[in-house]
Design a protein around this ligand. Structure first.
Ligand SMILES: Cc1cc2nc3c(=O)[nH]c(=O)nc-3n(C[C@H](O)[C@H](O)[C@H](O)COP(=O)(O)OP(=O)(O)OC[C@H]3O[C@@H](n4cnc5c(N)ncnc54)[C@H](O)[C@@H]3O)c2cc1C
Length: 374
């Protein structure tokens, strides 16, 4: 184990791992400290969708593509399995189809329209009833979020210049030192705080003033579906068009939002938009909802699960709608920035809150940050 470190990263979720990867690639000796025995936060509870199509044209999209390239590099190194599955946004209503047509015509992202028949050819689970067509993008990837953080952490730890230490809660940051729950102190030139949704244990006063907001999401997993091919594209609904900011330039989005607000206000109330992803095991990961605010209930609402399933039934056909798992995850999000970043005391970097795009953006964001930090 290294005893001297240039960089200490606090938090072993995807953002902390991306920081450790980037710093180690630049030749720094890195110590990553994670309080749990393995990552258990948002980074293991998500869809595992690397989703560049949802990022605004320009810098955000470039950062997403940079991250995508690093996920593929991790696959090449044998660290994680990555499926280059792409994605299809489905249209069942005229207003959804209008947004997809307008977005495709903008040429801001490499996407193409698919006829109804082409969609059905590409994905056996898609519900043909009322389907108008879809929009295909080939930039999306699938990773298994339940194992990816663990595998990346183990691989980093096997590198000469990185140590990943688990079961190590950090209780204080006092540059250039950090102190752990057992009273042990470590020292480094850079201390990067990637504490996820924990905005109180470390530098709480800075996070309180940051504008970061927590968001709770409910998710479900179906029984494994039999006989499906691998590498099926992720599916997204028309509801999703109002969720990702890449669609904001579309004039036709207003009519879609208005219709959903009038027709199904309960979907706006719980921030529901639906997506589905088929894993190699045949499990289909389904979601999700968005409840913002500090008052996050530890208990999940069956009403939300029912609404998610109601909307997904319009989109996909499962042989069995029995759910084998239900869970929620919490992320933090900044209203104006891709990630909240603040450097203070000469070498402490608070780096938290990639919102709903941490799997998509973390590696690119970390790379971007280190270009500025050194
Ligand atoms: C349900 C859901 C679905 C999502 N789907 C997607 C998706 O498909 N694609 C996508 O791009 N993004 C998705 N996201 C967003 C993505 O999961 C998050 O942006 C990302 O996981 C955040 O990573 P993180 O490392 O900041 O936080 P976390 O994963 O929460 O990690 C923070 C880590 O810091 C540790 N920690 C905290 N304080 C301390 C301390 N004092 N000492 C030591 N360790 C500490 C915690 O134990 C934790 O392991 C989704 C999120 C959710 C909740």
């Amino acid at each position: 184990m290294n005893t001297q470190h240039d960089v200490i990263v606090i938090g072993g979720g995807i953002l902390g791992l991306a920081q450790a990867w980037t710093a180690s690639r630049r030749g720094f000796r890195v110590l990553l400290l994670e309080r749990e025995s393995r990552a258990m936060g948002a980074s293991v509870r998500n869809f595992g969708m690397i989703w560049p199509v949802g990022q605004n044209a320009g810098r955000p999209h470039e950062i997403a593509l940079k991250s995508r390239a690093i996920w593929l590099e991790l696959q090449q190194l044998g660290v994680v399995e990555v499926e280059t599955c792409g994605s299809i946004h489905l249209a069942y209503r005229e207003d959804e189809w209008n947004v997809l047509r307008e977005f495709t015509a903008l040429e801001s992202h490499p996407v193409k329209l698919l006829s109804r028949e082409e969609v059905l050819e590409r994905h056996p689970l898609v519900n043909p009833d009322g389907l108008l067509g879809g929009m295909y993008s080939d930039t999306e990837l699938r990773v298994d979020p339940r194992t990816a953080s663990l595998k990346i952490g183990q691989w980093l730890d096997s590198q000469e210049n990185v140590t990943c230490q688990y079961n190590t809660p950090v209780t204080q940051v006092d540059f250039p030192h950090v102190e752990t729950a057992t009273g042990k102190k470590y020292t480094a030139d850079h201390i990067v705080i990637c504490s996820g949704s924990d905005l109180t244990t470390l530098v709480g006063e800075r996070f309180a003033a940051s504008g970061l907001r927590p968001c709770k999401l409910q998710m479900l997993k179906s029984k494994p579906q039999q006989g499906l091919p691998r590498n099926l594209p992720h599916l997204a609904s028309g509801l999703t068009l109002r969720h990702y900011t890449s669609f904001l330039p579309c004039q036709s989005l207003g009519a879609l939002k208005e219709r959903i607000q009038k027709e199904s206000p309960e979907l706006d109330q719980f921030g529901i938009h639906v997506m589905a992803s088929v894993f190699p095991s045949g499990d289909v990961i389904l979601g999700d909802s968005h409840e913002y605010g500090d008052d996050i209930s530890p208990f999940d609402k069956s009403e939300i699960d029912d609404l998610i399933i109601r909307e997904l039934r319009k989109l996909i056909r499962l042989s069995d709608w029995q759910m084998t798992e239900r869970w929620h995850g919490i992320y933090t999000k900044h209203p104006n920035h891709l990630v909240f970043e603040e450097t203070f005391d000469g070498g402490v970097h608070a780096f938290v809150g990639p919102g709903g795009a941490g799997m998509t953006m973390s590696f690119g964001l970390a790379d971007d940050a280190w270009n500025r930090w050194i």
